[in-house]
Design a protein around this ligand. Structure first.
Ligand code: NAD
Ligand code: TDX
Length: 366
């Protein structure tokens, strides 16, 4: 069992990162550590996701730093200033469609950013052969997409060979390899988790589920790529966060853990279910909404099926997904319905202006 002291969370203002920070503050009974959140606040990073945490814990147990993980001086300063013993590395460019339009930012953040963090950890922790036994840990958040695409049967296991097929998944695969190389070559204590598609509160409305919820509410067309029969394995974000905590505390150094929801859905069937739930909660006619489904051009290189075999983490750490899909989707739809100001602030640009006025890089560190 590891004791956590000073956790550097990267990308903590994004979807999964902010859910993770909420999870630590609200649901982890062992919580007595400090969280330092570094986030560049790109289009998907949103400090409103953490207003309540900042209010209650800011300057005591929670510290936000606006900054880029590629900034080696800043990252090194953070390790020193906060005596970091644990890294949980979420920060990434995360949307496949954006990686197809322009891979450059993905290579910078996902590859160079991960390298910068690994090197800072290695230098600060003064890694030697015995440090695998010490309390420090670099946990890297990765994705099932590194394994490529499945046919109608089979599952990704931790030993499935990597076969990334989009610029996004190629950069995530590269970062996974770097993490393992630092473990093998320099004995850096690391773990990696490869998770399937997450859904839940605070997800930027470019990803399938929040995009469809908002389009349903606004009466806009619902764009389905290709034949709509691509399959994803969906997991409620809180189940993912709980798995990460289990790995931080009890995971074996140098190991990878697959995390999945055991919940495969064809996109089109997921959309029918989401329409039923959203229409019912919002009091709109589901039949009219179904008429707005629009089949559009397929995503180039669109992976057909992802499915995760989570038996290793279940067996070794006793983790399993707890939230069933109907319940998770209902909670998610309710969250978006109750947080229309969050959506509006992203859309009307006010939030961006506020960030530009109130935050400059590095100011909280130097
Ligand atoms: P997100 O896009 O919502 O959040 C990413 C966060 O990283 C944002 O807050 C952004 O501002 C920040 N960021 C981006 N570039 C940065 C940089 N150079 N320096 C500092 N911060 C930077 O993404 P997400 O969906 O929360 O994904 C988080 C992690 O989980 C990613 O590593 C992603 O690959 C992985 N993952 C996501 C899913 C999913 O379904 N969303 C599934 C498996 C794995
Ligand atoms: O408008 C859409 N219409 C559509 O049919 C969008 C945005 C998506 N899709 C399809 C493409 C996929 O088959 O829905 C599926 C899910 O798409 P995304 O939400 O973009 O997720 P995906 O491409 O599967 O990748 C996600 O899961 C793995 C995350 O974005 C990644 O960060 C994560 O690593």
């Amino acid at each position: 069992m590891r004791t956590l002291k000073n956790i550097l969370v990267t990308g903590g203002a994004g979807f999964i990162g902010s859910n993770f920070i909420h999870y630590l503050f609200e649901k982890d009974s062992n919580f007595n550590y400090r969280i330092i959140n570094i986030d560049a606040l790109n289009y998907a990073g949103n400090l409103m996701n953490l207003n309540d945490v900042e209010e209650k814990w800011g300057g005591k147990r929670y510290f936000f730093v606006k900054g880029d993980i590629c900034d080696a001086v800043l990252v090194h300063d953070l390790f020193n200033k906060y005596d970091i013993d644990t890294v949980v590395h979420f920060a990434a460019e995360s949307h496949v469609d954006r990686s197809i339009l322009g891979p450059g930012d993905f290579i910078k953040t996902n590859v160079m950013g991960t390298y910068t963090l690994l090197d800072a950890a290695r230098n600060y922790w003064k890694i030697s052969d015995s440090s695998m036994e010490t309390g420090v840990l670099f946990h890297h958040i990765s994705t099932d997409e590194v394994y490529g695409s499945l046919g109608e049967t089979g599952y990704f296991t931790e030993t499935t060979p990597y076969d990334p097929r989009s610029p996004y998944s190629a950069t995530k695969a590269a970062s996974d390899h770097l993490v393992m190389a630092y473990n093998h070559t320099y004995r850096l204590p690391v773990t990696i988790s490869n998770c399937s598609n997450n859904y839940g509160p605070y997800q930027f409305p470019e990803k399938l589920i929040p995009l469809m919820i908002l389009n349903i509410l606004e009466g806009k067309p619902l764009p389905v790529y290709g034949d709509g029969k691509n399959i994803r394995d969906w997991i409620y974000v809180e189940d993912h966060c709980r798995a990460i905590v289990d790995i931080l505390i009890r995971g074996e150094r140098g190991c990878k853990y697959n995390i999945g929801g055991e919940n495969e859905w064809e996109n089109i069937n997921l959309l029918y279910l989401l329409i039923d739930i959203t229409a019912k909660k919002a009091g709109i006619d589901p039949v009219a909404v179904k008429n707005t489904i629009t089949y559009v051009c397929d995503r180039p290189g669109h992976d057909r099926r992802y499915a995760i075999d989570s038996s290793q983490i279940k067996k070794e750490l006793g983790w399993k997904p707890l939230v069933d899909f109907q319940t998770g989707l209902e909670k998610t739809v309710e969250w978006y319905l109750c947080n229309l100001d969050w959506i509006n602030s992203i859309r009307n640009g006010e939030y961006r202006k506020w960030i530009a006025k109130n935050y400059t890089e590095r100011e909280t560190v130097i």
